[in-house]
Design a protein around this ligand. Structure first.
Ligand code: NAD
Ligand code: UD1
Length: 340
């Protein structure tokens, strides 16, 4: 079965491509490389032993996307392609709305035209803002978005729901990811931020690799046991598996369907804990300083993972230690290949 993976050259998409291949699907990537590098294709070949089919282009380009849909017999779509930098979205809201919302609308239109039913959409726990109670369940109300990026995820979920309600034959899950980290255990693919990383774990691995002097912890005066923010960090390969499970469940359904599901471990860890666990797991020592709070950060959030277990029969298996070891293995391999 051919599965179209938009944004398949990106961090999460590339790991899902591996998992799809292992489950017997034929992933087809669409990517414009606006936030990824073609070297990922080599990494994918090293892991899968297969040249993954790639269409290079923009998901908002109607002609290009029509050529993809008309050339391939597509059974389902996993839609990762989006811009994802929260701070940048505040500076460039129109680019974010255009890219993230525009690409989804075109995709849904083409899915209707080509009678493709199965869709897995990348949403985010950002839709909850700071939840009133934890672990956060899918029933928790969505809070007004803190950023245009967050708003695009809320809007996209609503667009899929409205499409479902309109009677279009569609079977879709919006997966609300918590904090994906780590890399494939081979270190052949991983997270490759362009420029200075925004996210914690790439910042940690780049600091350990000597690319950055030190990490700034964004605030230690939160109402948490050690004063630093708490998140639910999930290994990207566990996250990848949730996508394959989602497709399997959608495949078995014979009626239109839309639902949203948390994809997290159910456990919260503080920033300080992550740094300390990284140091222990990798026998490394990190320079860090306490800085001021980052605007828009929520104090603590972690998932209720019950619905994922119930609906998808999925749960995360890998520990935070394993995730941090894999993240470091990837960073070291990257450094070695750059020095070679
Ligand atoms: P990423 O930037 O690594 O991957 C996105 C890929 O999409 C990139 O390869 C980029 O080149 C491509 N792309 C972007 N716009 C495109 C377009 N218009 N046409 C074609 N290709 C395009 O990001 P990621 O971390 O892999 O995230 C994937 C998805 O998951 C995104 O939708 C993101 O919002 C969502 N998400 C990510 C996180 C996270 O922490 N990484 C958390 C929650 C949700
Ligand atoms: C961020 C986004 C979220 C998005 C996700 C994926 C914000 C407010 N949220 O999640 O919407 O879905 O990325 O792109 O940007 N931290 C430091 N120092 C650093 C980096 C991070 O202390 O140098 C802390 C943060 O304050 C936070 C934790 O580490 O408490 C995790 O941060 P990050 O990896 O950026 O993820 P989120 O903020 O949870």
């Amino acid at each position: 079965m051919n599965i179209l993976v938009t944004g398949g050259a990106g961090y999460i998409g590339s790991h899902v491509v591996v998992e799809l291949h292992e489950a017997g699907y034929n992933p087809i990537i669409v990517d414009n490389f606006s936030n990824s590098d073609k070297s990922v294709l080599k990494g994918l070949f090293e892991i899968t032993g297969k040249e993954i089919l790639l269409y290079e282009g923009d998901c908002r380009d109607q002609k290009f996307m029509e050529s993809v849909f008309s050339s391939e017999d597509i059974h389902g779509v996993i839609h990762f392609a989006a811009l994802k930098a929260v701070g940048e979205s505040v500076q460039k809201p129109l680019e974010y709305y255009d890219n993230n919302v525009g690409s989804l609308i075109l995709l849904l239109t083409l899915m209707k035209q080509y009678k493709i039913e199965n869709l897995v959409f990348s949403s985010s726990c950002t839709v909850y803002g700071q939840p009133d109670s934890l672990p956060v369940t899918e029933e928790a109300p969505k809070k007004p978005a803190e950023s245009p990026y967050g708003n695009t995820k809320q809007l996209c979920e609503e667009i899929i729901e409205d499409t479902f309600k309109s009677g279009q034959q569609i079977k879709a899950f919006a997966l609300r990811y918590f904090n994906p980290i780590g890399a494939h255990h081979t270190g052949n693919i991983g997270e490759l931020p362009l420029g200075i990383p925004n996210n914690l774990v790439p910042f940690i691995t780049q600091t350990a690799a000597g690319l950055r002097d030190s990490i700034i912890i964004f605030g230690d005066d939160y109402d948490t046991p050690d004063g630093t923010c708490i998140r639910d960090y999930i290994h990207v390969m566990d996250l990848a598996k949730a996508h394959v499970r989602s497709l399997e469940v959608l495949n078995r359904m014979n009626q239109s369907h839309y639902d949203y599901i948390n994809i997290g471990t159910g456990n919260g860890h503080s920033v300080l804990e992550v740094i300390q666990k990284f140091e222990l797991a990798n026998s490394a020592s990190l320079n860090y300083n306490i800085g001021t709070r980052r605007v828009g950060d929520v104090e603590k959030v972690y998932a209720s993972a019950d619905k994922a277990k119930e609906v998808l029969g999925w749960q995360a298996n890998r520990s935070l230690d394993e995730s941090l070891r894999d993240a470091w293995n990837w960073q070291q391999k990257l450094r070695d290949s750059e020095n070679a």
